[in-house]
Design a protein around this ligand. Structure first.
Ligand code: FAD
Ligand code: DHB
Length: 387
């Protein structure tokens, strides 16, 4: 087998990269270890920055997004038993769109001119520092293959194999594990508010989001070692109501759960993002804590640049953007790490009383200062991604 770009992983990063490359006439093959149904059913992020939406539209993927995506012009911060709206569009001229990551993935799988190879195993990267790299794998029927290529894109998420093809002596991994986790649910019930609500409460952080007029997405800060068995549906709803409510204005009507899961909070960056002919993109290279809603948008920003860089190199012999890919993206990655860490520190309940006072001081500053609110809004909508 031969292709120009071997893409490992069919998450949003890998699927979108293959789509953008094929639009430019570059051949790509996507290898995915999970089955199709699993990839399409995975419930994760939901907030798309303006730049992400623009790119998806330009790539011919705007149809369903424009029909069912929900454009939001602000969100609420709740603390001290009061609601403070951050008017994103008024402050930045930009909006965000609420559209589930699994919908983006579905649009990409449906638009793909050739299906990813789902259900592959034993993926091994070979000769990444030579000009003839390859990827060995076993297909879903148990047949072994070698996929020869010009370039490998490692888009296989945090637990993938691509990153480990870089020798430890060439790779610096920077990591912070937070002392809490998120319990997330997707429920068949109407959103209790028309915008997102980020609530800082003495019992812990809570987030109210949505997917449609009938589907609500909700998250609770829980301890890092907490088990799902300890969180009955009833306990989850009671806790959400307590943390999200201010002055009895808020009625959360429990509904049947479509999804329920606990996610660890982690910040992680692998440097560099390129080694020889291997390019890392998305969660394979970096993880942000989810509070700033940046994970998916960062993956999209990586592949936007990577698709252009690889097209220039493979079709026109210009390697410049591919050479600077890692440096350019790491600047954006660290900008998102900084913002996501600050949002996390501001909104979660720390065990440390000093941190707790700092969280409230940060929240009060955003609520009372237009300069502080504008800075936060610019990061949130991704206006600073261009800087
Ligand atoms: P992924 O979506 O992880 O895709 C990687 C793909 O590679 C997967 O399909 C995987 O099966 C495949 N793969 C792995 N190993 C191999 C292998 N050896 N060979 C072939 N394929 C392989 N972000 C937010 O902003 N908000 C959220 O609420 C949020 N919630 C999240 C919840 C969870 C449980 C997780 C894990 C992440 C969440 N994120 C969230 C982060 C966001 O979803 C990710 O940043 C985004 O999925 C990154 O896309 P990706 O394509 O880089 O990686
Ligand atoms: C959602 C997830 C986030 O991490 C976030 O900050 C906002 C919204 C969501 O899944 O809708």
């Amino acid at each position: 087998m031969r292709t120009q770009v071997a893409v490992v992983g069919a998450g949003p990063a890998g699927l979108l990269l293959a789509h953008l490359l094929r639009l430019e006439g570059v051949d790509a093959v996507v290898l995915e270890s999970r089955q199709r149904e699993h990839v399409l059913g995975r419930i994760r992020a939901g907030v798309l920055e303006h730049g992400t939406v623009e790119l998806l539209r330009e790539a011919g993927l705007g149809d369903r997004l424009d029909r069912v995506g929900l454009e939001h012009h602000g969100f609420s911060l709740r603390f001290d038993r009061a609601d403070h709206r951050v008017p994103l569009t008024e402050l930045t001229g930009r909006s965000i769109t609420v559209y589930g990551q699994q919908e983006v993935v579905r649009d990409l799988v449906e638009a793909a001119e050739s299906e990813p190879c789902f259900g592959v195993s034993d993926v091994v990267l070979h000769d990444v520092t030579s000009d003839r790299p390859s990827v060995g794998f076993t297909d879903a029927d148990g047949r072994e293959h070698v996929l020869r290529c010009d370039v490998i894109a490692g888009c296989d998420g945090f637990r993938g194999v691509s990153r480990s093809a870089i020798p430890a002596s060439e790779l610096t991994c920077l990591e912070r594990v937070f002392p809490f986790a998120w319990l997330g649910i997707l429920a068949k019930t109407a959103p209790a508010h028309h915008e997102l609500i980020y609530a800082h409460h003495e019992r812990g952080f809570a987030l109210h989001s949505m997917r449609s007029a009938e589907l609500t997405r909700l998250y609770l800060q829980v301890g890092p070692d907490e088990r799902m068995e300890d969180w009955s549906d009833e306990r989850v709803w009671d806790e959400l109501a307590l943390r999200l409510e201010v002055d009895g204005d808020f009625e959360l009507v429990p509904g049947p759960l479509v999804d329920k899961g606990i996610t660890m909070m982690r910040a992680f960056v692998a440097e560099p993002m390129r080694y020889g002919r291997l390019f890392l993109a998305g969660d394979a290279a970096h993880i942000v804590p989810p509070t700033g809603a940046k994970g998916l948008n960062l993956a999209v920003a990586d592949v936007r640049l990577l698709s252009r860089a690889l097209t220039a190199w493979l079709l026109h012999g210009r390697e410049g953007d591919a050479l600077s890919y890692s440096d350019t993206r790491l600047r954006g990655v660290w900008r998102a790490e900084r913002f996501s860490s600050e949002m996390t520190a501001m909104l979660h309940r720390s065990a440390d009383p000093f941190e707790r006072r700092l969280s409230l001081a940060r929240l009060r500053s955003v609520a009372s200062s237009t300069a502080a609110a504008t800075a936060l809004a610019q990061d949130y909508v991704g206006a600073s991604e261009d800087a």
